[in-house]
Design a protein around this ligand. Sequence first.
Ligand code: G3P
Ligand code: MG
Length: 448
Amino acid sequence: MNHLQALRQALPLGQQLAQAASAALGGGSAAALLGLARQFSSSAATANPLGPPAFVFDIDGVLIRGRHTLPQAKRALARLYTPDGSRPRYPVAFLTNGGGVTERVKAHQLSEWLGVHVDESQVVLSHTPFRQLAAKFAHEPVLVAGRGQVREVARHYGFRHVVTTHQLTRAMPAAVPFHEDQGLFPGQDLPVYTRELKYGSAQHPIRAIMVFTDPSDWYRDLQLMTDVILSRGMPGCWPPPAGAPPVEVFFSNPDMLWANEFTAPRFGQGAFSTCLEALHFKLTGEPLPHAHHFGKPHAAPYLLIERLLLQQAQQLGIDVPEPAEEAALAAAEAGRVVSSSSSSGSDEAGSSGGGSGSSSSSARSGSAHRVHTPLPFSSIYAVGDNPAADVRGANAAGAPWVSVLVTKTGVATENSPADPAQVVVDDVEAAVEAGLHRARNAKWHSMR
Ligand code: G3P
Ligand code: MG
């Protein structure tokens, strides 16, 4: 059983996500996690050859390129929906490392672009797993960054004390001297503060930084995030008071590159986080501590999507096997595990490897299984354009996930030796055809 399958069985979703977060600390452990998964995935296949296929679509480079909806995308989705486009005939979900709006708004956009009805319960965005972090940070000041309505999304997820890098710039103009906003002070010295800092002061230090989407103003955001991290949440207070707890940093998307209208892929949030981590190392000689990486290929979004596909399967009247309740003790044990990890989240998150090892070992050794629902699908076709995200993630998730790479519409132009896809096609339309064909074949063979 690979790590992701162990996670699925052992822990409630919230704990799985925290565990996945700690497992996502830095490239090393993620690669170890995936290697482990690839080694073992074949052993615990939960595919049901008689089950229906399910489809999970990446967005950028598969359904759209920048602001342009790919014609193949409309035709592909039409194959999977009722003729009037009102309902999917197979479990269908959308899994993107993009975001900047709520899941409901993204579902509405997808419905407009694709001409079929998409519900928010079919959508996982890069920052959807951040919703779980509200359990820990709802009443703590958090700094959010990225393009789009990130402040509104953060509040929608339950974070009560949200400040953006834009607001911090307005409050501390001298902190970002080259920023265009400083044009507001022609011929004057740049004020250090334009007003009392509500969040980021010694009374209300910022406890976490959450990068919801790809920042557009890298100079401003790299400068301010570094200030907040080094000042332990009190930018402008230097040196930070002794014993002040460190600031946790959450990245929602590790993509170095992504595909828009331009002829070559563009830098993504992964390039931004690489710069922030490099600056921290250059300034302190230490790697950026307490950094958590979410987004494909990490485990958290795959766990969320599996739950959404199971709900859809039930709505479609697909026979979903009873959850395997495996140890009555689990509930109480799981309760104990949950409380310990949330209180020491930072420990868990901070020490890459160690943190994850501690909580996962207690989960495996202490509490047996809670609830696990075998996946009733013959395959979950994960259609993507980025080997390091879409293919690596689906390969690590193990059966019944099947990685499908498109090579004519996105980042990749051929299969990747480092992250080989199980199916390689030109575009999303060919991907759906291949998936439906394989499903027909699997069913035919299983009935012979
Ligand atoms: O900013 C989003 C980009 O990194 C990739 O999005 O939809 O291809 O996962 P997507
Ligand atoms: Mg993509």
